[in-house]
Structure formats: structure tokens, C-alpha cells
Design a protein around this ligand. Sequence first.
Ligand code: XIL
Length: 363
Amino acid sequence: MFIAAAAVFAQESLRDEAAKYGLLVGTAAGRAQLYSKNFCAVTAKNFSSLTPENELKMDYVARKQGAYNVKNPDTIIAWAEEHGIKVRGHTLVWHKAVPGWLQRSGWSKEQVHQFLKEYITTLVGMYKGRLYAWDVVNEAFEDNGRLREHSSFFQKTCGTEYIEKAFIWAHEAEPEARLFINDYDVEMMNPKSNGLYALVEKLLAQGVPIHGVGIQAHVTEEGALSFQALLANVRRFIDLGFEVQFTELDVRIKLATEEKLAHQAQIYRDFFRIALSLDKVTAITTWGTSDRDSWIPSAFPGYATALLFDALYAPKPAYDAVLDVLKAGPEKKLNFLFPGSGGTSLMLSRAMSALDYEFIPVN
Ligand code: XIL
């Protein structure tokens, strides 16, 4: 306890360093974490954005048909506000966290749309002026880049139309919030991020009120993350006119060693360099504050230690790496690797083929 508390007070602040350059540094947390003094101290000191981890998901809020269960999200949001932390809403429409009663409803497309409209209008309206962003649609894609035809209740019942409708309803309820589409395994160029690119380009052309692309960034320490490929992928969404956020960053490790923790720090460094250097990357959120509360050990058995703080809330090498990046400030050159917006796709496609990634042109 003493060591953890000492570490808390010795720390400098990620949020203060990042604020100098207009970048938000986020974390995710549930109601339960607010009972921990260490969680509250470390989080308030280091993070300027907070995503309720589960408490704004549909099976939580709409557990009972017709009722809105928002006591716990209210508490989390109020705590964040007291500490000058902005709040991201997560998430309105997702193939997971669909309440049982809705899955069993047997409703038609029209009935599901009617429910979604009421749900989104009510929930987003309830927090109007308080949440700066919403993940409107989460994980809409299969790994092959096609929309989830089999695994999504909404896609199956409503077809792709639910996506544009969800954005339109969210925007009507709260015109000030930045509205995101969010997904995992879209850090680099691959069939899934290509599918996402093609969809957001189409939505933009249709005038759908969508502002941002959320790259979850649940990655592994042993995985082959390429800094250049990550940068190029983020750049292509920015060049389309989107804001980008890393929304759920964690770097999971199988059997941590000093060497692996140092490599983890390097991966965190890469994400933060890009977030800090590109103006249109507006926030970078790690999926939790400490390894004590991370979802990783239960979701990926054998993996752990994915976050910036260990289970005693002491900063890890990754924390020091991130702090160094933030103190060093933005690197101008990262904005100019692929000059101009016109012709960027061609530049990207060249850069990508050089890196052995397949670039599938949209259209
Ligand atoms: C996870 C939470 O962290 C867990 O506590 C919960 O049991 C399952 O969901 N992508 C998302 C997040 O968009 O909502 C997920 O959060 C992690 C993967």
C-alpha cells in the first residue's frame, strides 16, 4: 500500500503533458473501481477522458424493456465531471450486449428501428451537453471486411440501414457530440480496415453525421505492429476528413519478462507518438487504468499486464515511455510523410505495397 501510494504521488501527469498539445488521454472504468482510492488518485491525476467500461452498453441500460437503468453510469459520469475529466459514451449499437428480451422479441425491421430510435434519442438526450463523444456503432465488421451478416442481431434484422439511422438519431439528440464508428483489428491496412474505410467514405458522401473513426487497438506484445503501417492507416482516415481516436488501447503480454515489458513500452510509445503528432487524432484511451482491473486476463486466458499501471497502481515502463513521448512534444514530420490530400491514396498504395500490405482501393 505504502509503495503504491508513494508511486502515485511521485508521478508526473500524462493528462497535463498531453493537454499542452490539445490531446486527451483516456481510460475506461466501471462503477466498482470508484471504490478504490488508488484508482481515483491515479486516474484523476493522469487521465482527461473516461469511458464507462460497460455501464452504457445496451444490455446494461435497457436490461428491462422500457426502463433506463442509468444509476451507475450517472455516478461514473458525475465523478469524472468533478475531476475535470471528459466522458466518452460507449456504445449505442453493438452486436454484443444486446438485451435478451430484444433478441427474443421477434420484431420486424420497422419495430427494431423504432426501438433504436427511441433508445438512442432517450439515452443520448439524457446526457446532452455532458458527453463529448459517442461510439455510435461498434464492431460492425467481420474480419474479412464484410458487415456482420450472421453475428449481428441488428445487421440481420435491419440490414446496413441501421448504421446510418443510428448516426442520424444520435446527431438529432445531441448535435454537439462527436460521433464515432469504432472497431478492433483495424490498426493497420487489412481487409477489415479497408471495409471500414469504404463504409465511412460512403457515409460521408451521403451526408450522414459521422465525425470520427475509433481504432480500438487491443494488441498483443508479440504481434507485428508496424509504426509506418499504423501511421499510414490513420492518415488515410484523416485524409478523408475524419477525426481519429485510439479508443481502447491495451498491449497484452503472455508471461511478462523485463524484455517483454520494454517491448510493450515501445508499442505504447508508437501509438502515443502518432496520437500526439497528428492534430486530427484527438484522444488516446487505454482500456483501464491498472492491470488489476483490466479485462484481458478473463477475455484472453494466458495474457495479462496490458496497461500502463501495474496491479498496485505503480507506473510500468510503458508509463515512462508515454510520459517521455508527451514531454518531447509532437513530431512535425509525421504530418508530412504522405504529402497533400489529393493523390494520397496512390502514395499510400505505393507505401503499402512496399510494406507488403494489400491496399484495396475503394469503389
Ligand atoms: C469489454 C469490457 O472491458 C469487459 O468488462 C466486458 O466483460 C466485455 O466488454 N471491445 C469493446 C469493449 O468495444 O466494450 C469491450 O469491453 C472490449 C472489446
